[in-house]
Unconditional design. Structure first.
Length: 391
């Protein structure tokens, strides 16, 4: 049905998000999973690939007998492999001077080469990513307990369009800029997509180890793309570890929107976004429902309803600059505890559409709710509108 759910506690921050159509992209450090974003890329035991990596990292260095240094370092790295990016950064390359003779034992030269090599590898480490989490289910008892303040909060209902969530046309962040003295240009911008794709999390007890050499230029990893499909498959493989979680989290049925940082090798340094830069606004028309927790107070329920009424009254004014607007009905649900088993039931209570609020006692309630489930909306182009189904 293209419906996705976002559990929220009843707090002033979450109320602000609801009022202003905000979506905050969290960092891995802000996650409740200590393994979130853990990069399981590994450098395999390949002296030829290590040699090519060393050649590229030291290509602008002119020192006597550089080939001997490349040979010694590549042998040392091959012996230490397999290595993760983090393990690589902890290596004490000074060990090499104890196992070599002649020029390779010159302490100052080794000290000069080490930071250049580590800096080069760090620049090609997989880019930092931020994310917004959704679930594919609105009735998970644990999710209500963990993410909706012990059933006192609520759950937002989003409908994807073209497989994702669009930024608001009126509050569209197009790019993020930085001064980049270490790049080929003193100032660079990185574009932010108008639409963020919904990407499913993969639950797996065995970590997927990806060849770390694939993160580097083709010459280093020895990979060449014969066509666009191979290039896309390569990009998916590099992203896969970030989307994997242990199967103990599988009850969440998580789907994510990802916000990528620019490539460090392009900007000349590793870039992180500020919290303000990670606060974006979604297309308000894609918020199509809300589920109120079964322990939510009447005062909080009335507050949420007041916000929803106002949003529905103003929805024709939102996204006014768009050539095409889609107006979905908005359904208010309440989560109720089943009297027969330990489960949560999601019950539709009100439908906001047009100028009237429908309740289950209205004859047209069932038909209109079924059309909402199927993805029907009013599509407005210019001054005319028609009912269409969004897959």
């Amino acid at each position: 049905m293209g419906l996705y759910y976002r559990y929220r506690p009843m707090s002033e921050l979450s109320i602000k998000e609801l009022m202003y159509d905000e979506m905050f992209f969290a960092s891995t450090e802000e996650s409740n999973d200590p393994y979130e974003g853990k990069v399981f890329f590994k450098f395999e035991k390949s002296q030829e690939k290590w040699k090519r990596l060393l050649e590229v990292s030291w290509k602008n260095i002119e020192i006597p007998n550089k080939d001997k240094y490349i040979e010694a370092f590549s042998k040392y790295l091959t012996d230490k492999s397999p290595l993760t990016f983090d393990e690589f950064q902890t290596l004490d390359f000074k060990e090499i001077k104890f196992s070599t003779t002649g020029e390779l034992s010159i302490f100052n030269t080794i000290l000069h080469l080490i930071p250049m090599l580590k800096g080069f590898v760090e620049i090609y480490k997989p880019d930092k990513k931020y994310f917004v989490s959704f679930s594919k289910t609105p009735d998970n008892y644990l999710m209500w307990s963990h993410y909706a303040n012990k059933h006192n909060g609520y759950c937002l209902v989003f409908r994807s369009i073209d497989g994702g969530i669009y930024q608001s046309h009126n509050s569209y962040r197009k790019d993020i800029s930085r001064n980049t003295p270490n790049s080929f240009s003193p100032h660079m911008s990185y574009s932010i997509p108008q639409k963020f794709e919904m990407t499913d999390v993969i639950y797996n007890d065995d970590e997927t180890n990806v060849d770390a050499f694939l993160c580097f230029p083709e010459y280093v990893g020895g990979h060449k793309f014969e066509n666009e499909d191979e290039r896309i498959a390569h990009c998916i493989q590099l992203q896969k570890p970030f989307l994997e979680k242990n199967s103990c989290w599988s009850y969440e049925k998580e789907t994510r929107l990802l916000l990528h940082c620019p490539h460090a090798w392009l900007f000349g340094e590793n870039i992180e976004y500020t919290k303000h830069e990670r606060l974006l606004h979604y297309d308000s028309s894609q918020l199509v429902g809300i589920v109120l927790g079964h322990k939510m107070s009447e005062e909080d329920k009335n507050r949420i309803k007041e916000i929803i009424y106002e949003k529905m009254e103003n929805r024709h004014k939102n996204e006014v600059g768009k050539d095409t607007r889609r107006l979905f009905d908005f359904v208010l649900f309440e989560a109720e505890l089943s009297p027969q088993k330990r489960s949560v039931e999601i019950v539709p209570k009100e439908i906001y559409g047009g100028i009237k609020v429908l309740t289950p006692s209205d004859e047209s309630f069932t038909k209109q709710y079924e059309e909402w489930e199927q993805g029907y909306c009013i599509e407005i182009k210019g001054t005319s509108g028609s009912k269409v189904k969004i897959d």
